[in-house]
Design a protein around this ligand. Sequence first.
Ligand SMILES: NC(=O)C1=CN([C@@H]2O[C@H](COP(=O)(O)OP(=O)(O)OC[C@H]3O[C@@H](n4cnc5c(N)ncnc54)[C@H](O)[C@@H]3O)[C@@H](O)[C@H]2O)C=CC1
Length: 427
Amino acid sequence: MTARALLRTSRITALSSTSSLRPFSSSRTILLTQSEKDIVKATVPILESGGEALTTHFYHLLLGNYPQVKPLFNSAHQGSGRQPRALAAAVLAYARHIDDLTPLREAVTRITNKHVALQILPEHYPLVGESLLRAIREVLGKDVATDEVVAAWGAAYGELADILIQAEESIYHRLETVPGGWRGARRFQVADKVPETGIMTSIYLKPVDGKPIIEHEAGQYIGLCVHANGVEQRRNYSVSESGNGEYLRISVKREPGGAVSNHLHDHVRIGDELDVYPPAGEFVLDASRANEPLILISAGAGITPTIPMLKDALAAGRKHITFIHCARSEDVHAFRPLTSSIAKENPDRVKVYTVYETTDPHHLADATGLLSIDQLKSWLPHAKKSDVYFLGPKPFMKGVKFYLASMGVPEERVHYEFFGPAEDLET
Ligand SMILES: NC(=O)C1=CN([C@@H]2O[C@H](COP(=O)(O)OP(=O)(O)OC[C@H]3O[C@@H](n4cnc5c(N)ncnc54)[C@H](O)[C@@H]3O)[C@@H](O)[C@H]2O)C=CC1
């Protein structure tokens, strides 16, 4: 069932009593009442100014009271504030659109895919719900967070949780029932480790059971569960190559201080086994636009999903592809030999441009510094009629989104993805 259909057919599971902090003690099959919606909408100004303080406290409560959910969250994103900011933005968007959730369907699809690749399960939702309501009470105080307000939010959260649980279950079910699919963790063995640059290493993963791997779409990611320093941690990694149903390749950039990326680089060896969750993600080529020009723009580690997208588009006969990649320098430009040879072999179909931050003349690029709108305009005169996908660090993404809009590329032709919590690119 599509997220839109789910939004229409959702039912709610809500607070059974206004004073209770156990939001899931009973299940109702009635819709959120108008008065509950009005109360939630009335809290929008408070969320606008104090949402991040609320969600920061929420994570503190959730991770403190329920350590079993810690592996589901990247601690670096807590520290940097990315996770609380993303949740605050999501809660605010939900409150604003509580009367008609249709505009949130893309966000719901994005969230459900991330949840699936991390194996978020129905039993996690009550823990989140309880922590959220407690945070509302403790941060907003009794005068604002009256029993009525807390009850309305409990009902609203119940509705959202129900939408997500149903959407996630339908994906879990599909992944389990298609050939080569599975539910939950599947053991994969590290078949090879190949450095792509000094800071990025490709890891080839083969299923221990020797059976085929589900066919998936270029641009999707898998979930990986590792024990780094004895602590269970889960992460999503884009598949950088699908080996004909026999193996999956991920390409991991070493993040300064990154617990999982450093563990994968330094401690995981060929022959080791890892738990892998099935591929998910909606950053995939829009098949309905297969006859239109394709533009892929990436920066840094953002190149990983765009490589299989480029190969897939070529294999599907796409005629006009522009591949732009921005890196700090040639030394950290992954897959350069591959994209150069693809461009050479397909001169009429593929144009590749590189932008290096460094101005060192030994590093050969089409432009230096940061990607500018003038470069995009000169390389992409056809942008308005193209399908555009971009991925990279947040400041880069903000710039590209703004440039594309200024160049008149319609919003529905523009696609992007986030590694980690989804964030607002407008502010
Ligand atoms: N979509 C996502 O959520 C992605 C997030 N990241 C995250 O971003 C962080 C840095 O990623 P790296 O691969 O190390 O990238 P990086 O720091 O090596 O930067 C790669 C390129 O991005 C461009 N860039 C960076 N800042 C820019 C700005 N302010 N304006 C315009 N262009 C800019 C530059 O061309 C730079 O060479 C990491 O924490 C990574 O996890 C990386 C890739 C995708």
